[in-house]
Design a binder for this molecule. Structure first.
Ligand code: IPM
Ligand code: MN
Length: 369
């Protein structure tokens, strides 16, 4: 398969984790005889530095003309007080590409059960797919601040069609998994949440094989920690999804593991859920796995399921052997972002080789040849 991929490394640790994801893509291309080509562009703080805009027109045009977008991370504290912020670039990109569904899989890897502050028996076997609406709600409603700076408002809006299109995706996915959708809302208070409930209840009639249940977001936040195994597919609006997915990342042991796919009718973008982690920039300690697993989601998006499986196998192998960055392992092992990427690419190139050797990773060569 030929794929034209726009790569947006972004800020902070973004470029470091993106290099490992591209390495992974190259290994997959070689192994499965695909042609992946890359065009790089700026978004976020680096784009403000270079052009004054967090999403330059050329970047948007490039994304629109490509088959997929691979993104690192966005954000830089130096713009915290600025009127033009890096995050605005990401929000505009999501909106202009029509990426209305953000899919965030959350899994507890057996190898990492000890890392989570939650008890093992609570998280073992967790496998959740979060469907977060991404182009509506309070993120995109009218924003106001009066001139004297003493009053502000953010409007939360949804239309039934915005709800329906992501709900269909959530139900279709549930059909292939545990056949359960949990709608997270605040229907006891919010008018938009009542519209979500009504619309989703109606639509659920076309999926009689899928069970639908409802949770208020405050209760859902508690249930995510008390009994996360009750969840299969979670469907929710933009801001609730943002918050619940960060909370859910605790189950996996590190936010450095969670990938995401943002999809719309025409475009798709793949990015880790973590931020730009500016304190870690250039130190080689950033975990590349979330971005590498985002590449696996990209493969699935294009129907390349063997490729996705192989990437996931490589990740699991790296976890098993402890070839991991300090957020998952012992800091004194000194395994860098790059070494994790090298190991994963190497495993992809030699998947049947049983000699993947931990000691050689320090020599920059993880396989005994
Ligand atoms: C995310 C991030 C973004 C969001 C920020 C950077 C705007 O937290 O992708 O979850 O809130 O959507
Ligand atoms: Mn977030």
């Amino acid at each position: 398969m030929k794929l034209n991929i726009t790569v947006l490394p972004g800020d902070g640790i973004g470029p470091e984790v993106i290099s490992q994801a591209v390495k992974t893509l190259n290994a997959i291309a070689l192994e499965f005889d695909h042609q992946f080509s890359y065009k790089y562009a700026d978004v976020g703080a680096v784009a403000i530095d270079n052009t004054g805009s967090p999403l330059p027109d050329e970047t948007l045009a490039l994304c629109k003309s490509s088959d997929a977008v691979l993104m690192g991370a966005i954000g830089d504290p130096k713009y915290d007080q600025a009127s033009v912020r890096p995050e605005q670039g990401l929000l505009k990109l999501r909106k202009d590409l029509g990426l209305f569904a953000n899919v965030r899989p959350v899994q507890a890897f057996d190898e990492l059960l000890d890392l989570s502050p939650l008890k093992k028996d609570i998280i073992k076997g967790v496998d959740i797919s979060i469907f977060r609406e991404l182009t509506g709600g309070i993120y995109f409603g009218e924003k106001k601040t009066t001139e004297d700076g003493r009053y502000s408002s953010d409007l939360c809006e949804y239309s039934n069609t915005e709800i329906e299109r992501i709900a269909h995706l959530a139900f279709k996915t549930a059909r292939l998994r545990g056949k359960k959708v949990t709608l997270i809302d605040k229907a006891n208070v919010l008018e938009t949440s009542r519209l979500w409930r009504k619309t989703v209840t109606e639509l659920a009639k076309s999926y009689p094989d899928v069970t639908l249940d409802f949770l208020y977001v405050d209760n859902a936040a508690m249930q995510m920690i008390l009994n996360p195994k009750q969840f299969d597919v979670i469907l929710t609006e933009n801001m609730f999804g943002d918050i619940i997915s960060d909370e859910a990342s605790v189950i996996g042991g590190s936010i450095g593991l969670l990938p995401s796919a943002s999809v719309g009718e025409k475009h798709a973008l793949f990015e880790p859920i973590h931020g730009s982690f500016p304190q870690a920039k250039g130190k080689g300690i950033a975990n590349p796995i979330a971005t590498i697993l985002s590449v696996a989601l990209m493969m699935e998006h294009f129907g390349l399921f063997d490729e996705a499986e192989l990437i996931k196998d490589a990740v699991v192998k790296s976890l098993k052997l402890g070839i991991v960055t300090p957020d998952l392992g012992k800091a004194q092992d000194n395994i860098t972002t790059e070494k994790v990427g090298d190991f994963i690419a190497d495993f992809i190139s030699h998947p049947t080789d049983s000699n993947h050797n931990f000691s050689n990773i320090h020599l920059g060569q993880s396989t005994i040849i």
